[in-house]
Design a binder for this molecule. Sequence first.
Ligand code: NAP
Length: 281
Amino acid sequence: MAELIDGKELAKKIRSELKQKVEVLKEKGINPKLAVIMVGNDPGSTVYVKNKSKACEKVGIEFEEYLYDEDLTEEELLKVIDKLNKDDSIHGILLQSPVPKSININNAFKHISPEKDVDGFNPVNVGNLSIGEDAFISCTPYGIIKMFEEYNIETEGKNAVILGRSNIVGKPMIQCMLAKNSTVTVCHSKTKNIDQITKNADILIAAIGKPKFVTKDMVKDGCVVIDVGINRNEDGTICGDVDFENVKEKASYITPVPGGVGPMTIAMLLNNLVKAAEKRL
Ligand code: NAP
């Protein structure tokens, strides 16, 4: 039976460490502040933004929301970002996805100053992560790495299989696992015989957005299973990409949904924001 990786508890510990760092920054005259831009009113995004706001409040980070109707043009959005880039009172800028289809989100991410890119989506940060230089690391992969460190989970020389190749989770996760000396395989919607690949995984990270996709027969005994997926069941509850109840019988470690990767993602956003503010010292 797997040991549970408690992301909620670890996130709490990280927040309490960050709270102390925020106090030190404030004593030195720096008041850490995060600006969050949201375009349109996607219900999921509204919940995520609220959770981020609450988390900021818990550690003493100021939080400013910039809410726009879905008819905001890309040009107008870039102007908002420009203004926030130039505003010295703001240490981090986050653009909540999704944005309306009329906006090219990559253009927007490119526009966010790399020094304020606390989500780690600007190509400068993406590139620095891939060449092993200091970077803001995308929050979900970074949170997963923190979990491995906290639970002393060996990554070196291990076969890490990542399901999903999105820019926000799968791809930065590849770089993070390479940096931790794992041998990395990545699967996506065109991959054939996924179950044969997952059976070889010492560490399996599922980030595809398909409820209970990873079943017990897809994992080997003792596999470390990290579930990034957030899927809504018909009754309104949430489940991950892993069939938790059955897979936990074979895994050595497993993250629950909710209470696993999700809280860690927000904790690492706060961590990145504090890092951005500390760079001003
Ligand atoms: P995404 O942009 O939709 O990407 C999904 C990826 O999964 C794509 O690379 C896609 O392949 C692949 N995929 C889809 N169906 C597949 C299948 N049947 N077999 C193999 N690969 C498949 O999603 P995302 O933004 O990365 O998010 C993934 C999940 O994680 C979602 O449930 C999301 O809500 C959740 N999430 C959670 C957190 C958190 O903090 N816990 C943070 C971010 C996202 P192609 O590239 O070939 O299309």
